[in-house]
Design a protein. Structure first.
Length: 168
């Protein structure tokens, strides 16, 4: 089952496209995710890990903790679908993620970055707080309150940004 919602907080509306909760069985396999310019936060509630696979035979495995920032990708990424069994994601609008992070997001390109490296303790305990919340609605509240707290530069993205991205 998948539950998705737009942020309830009007403070977050200019920055966050949606928050999603997904739970269900997906046949285990490696799956190619096509490149994209979007940035998102992902929390794996099934296990405390994400794995990406690299190289022509996917022999190189990169492991991160279960709460990450997915930077914009300029190349396809291979993931393990077993990690998608129970997942919460925050999908930022184009140009919307920057105000929540002090690190320049260009440095996260083609990476999954552990949230504790970006948000310190808030990132380190996010997964546990979501697991304690138990319901998707309660998880969305946890995420929204954290995002409001982490909003370091509430400058609204230029409204022409989506138009320029489509034109490119």
């Amino acid at each position: 089952s998948t539950v998705g919602a737009r942020p309830f907080s009007t403070i977050l509306a200019p920055f966050v496209e949606s928050i999603h909760y997904h739970e269900g069985e997906i046949p285990p396999r490696l799956e190619r995710i096509l490149p994209g310019g979007r940035i998102h936060v992902m929390v794996n509630l099934y296990e405390d890990e994400f794995r990406t696979y690299h190289g022509p035979t996917c022999a190189t495995v990169h492991r991160t903790i279960g709460a990450v920032l997915g930077g914009p990708h300029s190349e396809a990424t291979m993931i393990d679908t077993r990690e998608q069994r129970c997942l919460v994601t925050v999908n930022f609008k184009l140009g919307g993620a920057g105000p929540f992070f002090k690190t320049p997001l260009g440095e996260t390109r083609d990476q999954l970055v552990d949230l504790d490296q970006l948000w310190g303790r808030d990132g380190a305990v996010l997964r546990e707080r979501l697991l304690e919340a138990r319901t998707p609605a309660a998880m969305f509240q946890v995420l929204e309150s954290l995002l409001v707290k982490r909003l370091v530069n509430p400058q609204v993205p230029d409204p022409m940004l989506p138009f320029a991205a489509r034109a490119l």
